[in-house]
Write a protein that binds this ligand. Structure first.
Ligand code: MLT
Ligand code: MN
Ligand code: ZN
Length: 305
């Protein structure tokens, strides 16, 4: 089973178009050791030619161009993307659906009823797409049952409901429902090994620690280093948890949570905001992660399990 990281950044990407925070500014000036990153998406394949796209980022066309394996070219119009699964209805995870409108058949789209409700009302993507390729809607259960993905017989996934936040445009932003945000458990039937993906995560429960303890790889929310990162830079009045993201540092933070996992599990942070100091490869923060055996995802990262 392969996972290709298409975009490792949070909403806005790195550098962000209008941002002059120390990271974005330093990157543009060439004074920082860091890589540019596109917005949040991964692709999963059991056979290397048919893929499940997880999240459709606003940067999807660039990401496809950078990933020739997503383009097997078996017909005059063809794509390796067999289906799309959404982790939530955030702009950085769904806007790319509009870029897939040239399909000749409806796009197989897997999401929870809560996510389908947001992307058919507040941000009515499914309604807009009905005038182009349309979507073939498959509702995701959040009861842990196994989901077979259309067109991808070698792949089995399960979802878990997570504590995080629906998008700012959602009427449920202040009152999250189960199903607004999910984590994805991906199984390799050939080896029995599993990977867990959760780009938006506010609370790591003991049930989640148990679930991640049975995985070979976890790809988890790496949005903010500190709770007040955006506030301290004067970029937002909101703290990390107000936006549905558990910061890495501090008591109870993601580093402490990942330290609870047994040895041997590959731990990777993903969905990284452009303000996060761990983006800088020779920073103290990056060294701290390395000391804890935690990796930082980058665009193009290939994970096999
Ligand atoms: C989030 O996950 O909080 C989003 O990246 C926010 C956004 O898309 O603006
Ligand atoms: Mn996001
Ligand atoms: Zn920035």
């Amino acid at each position: 089973m392969r996972i290709r990281v298409l975009g490792s950044s949070a909403g806005g990407g790195f550098p962000q178009w209008n941002c002059n925070c120390p990271n974005c500014d330093g990157f543009r000036r060439g004074t920082l050791k860091a890589r540019a990153r596109t917005q949040s998406s991964i692709a999963i394949s059991a056979d290397g030619s048919d893929w499940l796209l997880v999240n459709a980022s606003p940067d999807i066309l660039t990401q496809i161009r950078e990933a020739p394996e997503l383009q097997p070219a078996r017909a005059i119009r063809d794509s390796g993307i067999a289906a799309v699964l959404l982790m939530d209805a955030q702009i950085d995870h769904v806007t790319g659906l509009l870029m897939l409108r040239e399909r000749q058949t409806p796009l197989p789209l897997l999401a929870t009823p809560e996510v389908f409700s947001d992307i058919s009302s507040g941000f009515p993507i499914t309604g807009i797409l009905s005038h182009y390729c349309g979507v073939q809607r498959q509702e995701l259960p959040i009861d842990g049952s196994t989901v077979n993905v259309p067109g991808l017989p070698g792949l089995q996934v399960q979802t878990v409901s997570l504590s995080s936040k629906p998008p700012p445009y959602s009427p449920f932003r202040g009152n999250p429902r189960p199903g607004d945000n999910i984590g994805l458990l991906i199984s390799n039937p050939a080896t029995g090994q599993r990977a867990f993906y959760a780009p938006g995560l506010a609370e790591v429960t003991s049930a989640l620690i148990e679930l991640m303890s049975g995985c070979a790889v976890v790809l988890i929310d790496g949005t903010f280093w500190t709770h007040d990162e955006m506030q301290r830079l004067g970029l937002s009045a909101k703290a990390a948890l107000d936006m549905g993201h558990l910061p890495q540092s501090g008591p109870g933070g993601m580093i402490e949570q990942l330290d609870r996992l047994p040895a041997g599990i590959r731990k990777i942070l993903i969905h990284i905001n452009n303000t996060n100091p761990m983006l800088v490869e020779d920073s103290d923060e990056r060294a701290e992660l390395t000391a804890h055996g935690i990796e930082v995802a980058h665009d193009g990262m290939d994970i096999t399990f």
